[in-house]
Design a protein around this ligand. Structure first.
Ligand SMILES: CC(C)(COP(=O)(O)OP(=O)(O)OC[C@H]1O[C@@H](n2cnc3c(N)ncnc32)[C@H](O)[C@@H]1OP(=O)(O)O)[C@@H](O)C(=O)NCCC(=O)NCCS
Length: 333
């Protein structure tokens, strides 16, 4: 596991999020596959998720989240010099979704690229961005986690289709000014031995899409849920512990934990490990399900806008995803 802290402090100047209008409830899903609200709620905590409209792409949701983050940070698209989008559901395999976002925002001076670390992408992007800012190379960096997972879901597979949803979250990072908080510590980790337990098997060079494998739903997410569950708990616990220690915090110093929103039972295991009570852990997966790269970004924005933390408070972000990948951040707001 790599460890790092920015040499020069970097702050989060604004957050934003967007979710599509259409709500798909557990009850509606129960008419599509053999499942029930009781099963989904008791195993995951999810009650409903959002589904993007037909003509609504990942870049559209990303752009809407970005506009809100820029507004809160008090900057315009012209001020952006770097855009990083984390997604596993890009508008197109190439060019990068970040390029569409740059065009939609009119951020003509910004360099733009995507990263692919599944549900961990937003914190991977945060690490990259904070490094590039602390090097002095970039000033106003937009990081986004955005997904249209409904386009990569096998709607006949009850093991996966009940879990995922669409949405986007964004943040503006820039050098900390006097009196502003900063990112205190970050951790990232990867374990490529478990690539096959959570993946999309088709659509890449290993298995280009054909009519035959489309029929087999190889373009959709597949998952061995029980194995993913165990590894997620271990990796997130370790990463969260590490940033807390590295930032020199104790449980009492933590105002809020904002975890990846995949499963309430995974979230409970993380809060136990950190010895923080449930009211100090932010949960919105009941409304949105697992939106992969977007999940922690949407949660951060909703927690921020609803006043769950303020300037000076310490918060912990922790994520886990396909790869396997994981990451955590300790931030003084
Ligand atoms: C997927 C998950 C909710 C399943 O919960 P679980 O308690 O592990 O359930 P199991 O895998 O033991 O399955 C139990 C049974 O429920 C069934 N089942 C699966 N999905 C179902 C559904 N939507 N409705 C009803 N039954 C379902 C299974 O077929 C299995 O039946 P069987 O025992 O007859 O084979 C859970 O493993 C999980 O959340 N894993 C992590 C997923 C995750 O976080 N992924 C993203 C990481 S970024």
């Amino acid at each position: 596991m790599s460890k790092s802290t920015s040499a020069f402090p970097v702050t989060i100047a604004g957050t934003g999020s967007y979710v599509p209008e259409k709500i798909l409830t557990n009850e509606e899903l129960s008419t599509m596959v053999d499942t029930s609200d009781e099963w989904i709620t008791s195993r995951t905590g999810i009650k409903e998720r959002r589904i993007a409209a037909d003509g609504e792409f990942t870049s559209d949701m990303a752009t809407k989240a970005a506009e809100k983050a820029m507004e809160q940070a008090g900057i315009t698209a012209q001020d952006l010099d770097l855009i990083i989008v984390g997604t596993i559901t890009p508008d197109t395999p190439t060019p990068a979704t970040a390029c569409y976002v740059q065009e939609k925002l009119g951020a003509t001076d910004a360099v733009a690229f995507d990263i692919s670390a599944a549900c961990s992408s937003f914190l991977y992007a945060m690490q990259i961005a904070s490094r590039m800012i602390s090097d002095g190379a970039y000033q106003n960096v937009l990081i986004i986690g955005a997904e249209k997972l409904s386009a990569a879901t096998n709607w006949d597979d009850r093991n996966t289709c009940v879990l995922f949803g669409d949405g986007a979250g964004a943040a503006i990072l820039r050098p900390s000014a006097e009196g502003e908080g900063s990112i205190l510590a970050m951790e990232m980790g990867t374990d490529g031995r478990h690539t096959s337990i959570l993946d999309i098997k088709g659509g890449g060079s290993a298995c280009p899409i054909t009519a035959e494998n489309l029929d087999q739903n190889l373009h959709a997410l597949s998952m061995q849920g029980r194995e993913v569950f165990k590894l997620a708990v271990n990796a997130m616990r370790t990463a969260a512990d590490a940033v807390v220690q590295k930032a020199g915090l104790s449980a009492d110093d933590i105002k809020l934990v904002v975890p990846h929103q995949a499963n309430l039972r995974i979230i409970d295991a993380i809060s136990d490990r950190l010895a923080v009570p449930n009211e100090k852990v932010f949960v919105n997966l009941d409304k949105y399900g697992n939106t992969s790269a977007a999940a922690v970004a949407i949660a951060l924005d909703e927690a921020h806008r609803s006043g769950r933390f303020e300037r000076g408070d310490n918060i912990i972000l922790v994520v886990f995803g396909a790869g396997l990948t994981w990451a955590a951040a300790a931030i003084q707001w």
